[in-house]
Design a protein around this ligand. Structure first.
Ligand code: NAD
Ligand code: MG
Length: 396
C-alpha cells in the first residue's frame, strides 16, 4: 500500500504534537512530508529526527540558523527552509495529499488557504483562518475540489453527526449545538474576573492547549470564533448555532433534527480523537485515547452561557451577523488583546472592551478578497494597539 503524504503546519504546538503522536502510530499509512514551526527549533529538530520529513520550515531566520547548525551534527537529510513564504510553499507540495493546518491565529490564513486552493485534504485546526476569510475558503473548495475535515473537537463532532450525504448534508437539521466547557472561570463572580492572572486563565480544567486558545476559552471568545467557524463549515446562519455550557467536556457537540432526534458525539477530552478521525476518514483507526468510561464520568451538566460575564460571545455573534470583514476585525483585535493580557498589559475584563471599541470604529467592508481582508486585519491590529495603549495610560 502506498503511504499518504502529509504536511503538518504548526507541528511544534499542542495540536501539532498530538498529530505527530497519532501519525507515529500509523507509519504504515502516513509519511510526513513537511513540518513547520515559528521559532521552536529544538522541538522541530527532535520531531524531524523522529519523522524524517522531506522539508522543515522555521519562519524565524535566527531559529533556522540554529536548526541548521544542530542538523550538521546529525544524519538528517531534511531540507530546511525559512521565512514566511515557505509555509505556503510546503502547504502545496505535490507529494502531500493531506495538510494539517495547526498554526495559531491569522498567521495561518495564507498557508491554509493555499492548501485548499491546491486541492488538498485539509485537516483544519486553525479556526482563525476560517473566521477571517470563510468566504474565500468556500470559493476555493468549490474551485479546487479540496476537502476540509474539521479538527476543532466541536466541529469534528458535528461532522460525525451530520447525515452522510454529500449533496444534502443539512437535510432535516434544525440546528446545531456547540458545547463549551465554560473555561476556568465558569463560576468566578464578575467582580473577581478583573484580577485574574494569565496563569489562571491558561489553566483549563479539561484540555491542555496553547496559551492563546486557552485565554479564548476563558473569555469564551473561543466559542464565539467557533460559531463563525461552524457557520462557514456547515453552511448555517448563526441563529441556527446554539451554545450549551457542558463543564465535563464529554459531549463534544450535537445536531438537532426536525423529527426531535438529537445526535451527539462523546469521548474523553483528548484532541487525538478528532485528529485520528480526520486522518483515517472515512475509515477509523486507533488514536491512543482511552475508551470513555461512562460510569466514571458521572453526572453530565448543561447550563446556559452567561453573556453578562462573558460578553465575547455576544460580540462574536454580532460580528457574524454583520458579515463581510467584521469577523476578520474581531479576530485581529482579539489576537492583540489576548497578547496584551498574556504580557500583563491588559486586564482580563478589558479584552472584550478593546474588541468592542475597535469594532465600533472600524470600517467594515461587505466584500473582500485575500488582499483586502489581510489589509483589514492589519488596520484592525493598529487600531487595537492604540486602544490598548490608551487603556494602559488610563490604568497606569
Ligand atoms: P500552539 O500555540 O500550541 O501552537 C501553535 C503552532 O503554530 C506552533 O507550532 C507555532 O510554532 C506555530 N506558529 C505560531 N505563530 C506562528 C506564525 N506567526 N507563523 C507560523 N507559525 C506560527 O497552538 P495550539 O493550541 O496547537 O492551536 C493551534 C490551532 O488549533 C489554533 O488555531 C487553535 O485555535 C486550534 N485548536 C487547538 C486546540 C487545542 O487543543 N490546542 C483545539 C481546537 C482548536
Ligand atoms: Mg473547540
Amino acid at each position: 500500500m502506498t503511504r499518504r503524504g502529509i504536511t503538518v503546519l504548526g507541528a511544534t504546538g499542542s495540536v501539532g504534537v498530538n498529530t505527530l503522536d497519532v501519525l507515529g502510530r500509523h507509519t504504515d499509512k502516513y509519511r510526513v512530508v513537511a513540518l513547520t514551526a515559528n521559532r521552536d527549533h529544538e522541538r522541530l529538530l527532535a520531531q524531524c529526527l523522529e519523522h524524517r520529513p522531506d522539508f522543515a520550515v522555521l519562519v524565524d531566520k535566527g531559529a533556522a540558523e540554529k536548526f541548521a547548525a544542530a542538523q550538521q551534527e546529525t544524519n538528517l537529510e531534511t531540507r530546511l527552509l525559512s521565512g514566511v513564504d515557505a509555509l505556503a510553499e510546503v502547504a502545496c507540495l505535490p507529494q502531500a495529499e493531506s495538510v494539517m493546518a495547526a498554526i495559531v491565529g491569522a498567521a495561518g490564513l495564507v498557508p491554509t488557504l493555499s492548501a485548499v486552493r491546491a486541492g488538498k485534504r485539509v485537516l483544519l485546526a486553525n479556526k482563525e483562518s476560517m473566521v477571517v476569510a470563510g468566504r474565500l475558503f468556500t470559493a476555493a473548495m468549490e474551485q479546487s475540489g479540496a476537502e476540509i475535515i474539521p479538527i476543532d473537537s466541536e466541529h469534528n463532532a458535528i461532522f460525525q453527526c451530520l447525515p452522510d450525504n454529500a449533496d444534502t448534508p443539512l437535510a432535516g437539521v434544525r440546528k446545531i449545538l456547540l458545547t463549551a466547557s465554560g473555561g476556568p472561570f465558569l463560576h468566578t463572580p464578575r467582580d473577581r474576573l478583573s484580577d485574574v492572572t494569565p496563569e489562571a486563565a491558561c489553566a483549563h480544567p479539561n484540555w491542555v492547549m496553547g496559551r492563546k486558545i486557552s485565554v479564548d476559552s476563558a473569555t469564551m471568545m473561543n466559542k464565539g470564533l467557533e460559531i463563525i467557524e461552524a457557520s462557514w463549515l456547515f453552511g448555517l446562519t448563526e441563529d441556527r448555532i446554539e451554545v450549551v455550557v457542558h463543564p465535563q467536556s464529554v459531549i463534544h457537540s450535537l445536531v438537532d433534527f426536525v423529527d426531535g432526534s438529537v445526535l451527539a458525539q462523546l469521548g474523553n477530552p483528548d484532541m487525538r480523537t478528532p485528529i485520528a478521525h480526520a486522518l483515517a476518514w472515512p475509515q477509523r483507526f486507533e488514536s491512543g485515547v482511552d475508551p470513555l468510561d461512562l460510569i466514571a464520568s458521572g453526572r453530565l451538566e448543561f447550563l446556559q452561557p452567561d453573556e453578562e460575564r462573558f460578553p465575547c460571545l455576544r460580540i462574536a455573534r454580532e460580528a457574524a451577523r454583520a458579515g463581510g470583514t467584521a469577523p476578520a476585525v474581531l479576530n485581529a483585535v482579539n489576537e492583540v488583546a489576548v497578547d496584551a493580557f498574556l504580557g500583563g498589559k491588559l486586564r482580563f475584563t478589558a479584552i472584550p472592551e478593546v474588541i468592542e471599541a475597535v469594532l465600533d470604529q472600524a470600517d467594515i467592508a461587505d466584500h473582500y478578497d485575500l488582499e483586502s481582508v489581510i489589509e483589514a486585519d492589519r488596520i484592525a491590529r493598529l487600531m487595537a494597539d492604540a486602544v490598548v495603549d490608551n487603556h494602559l495610560a488610563r490604568t497606569a
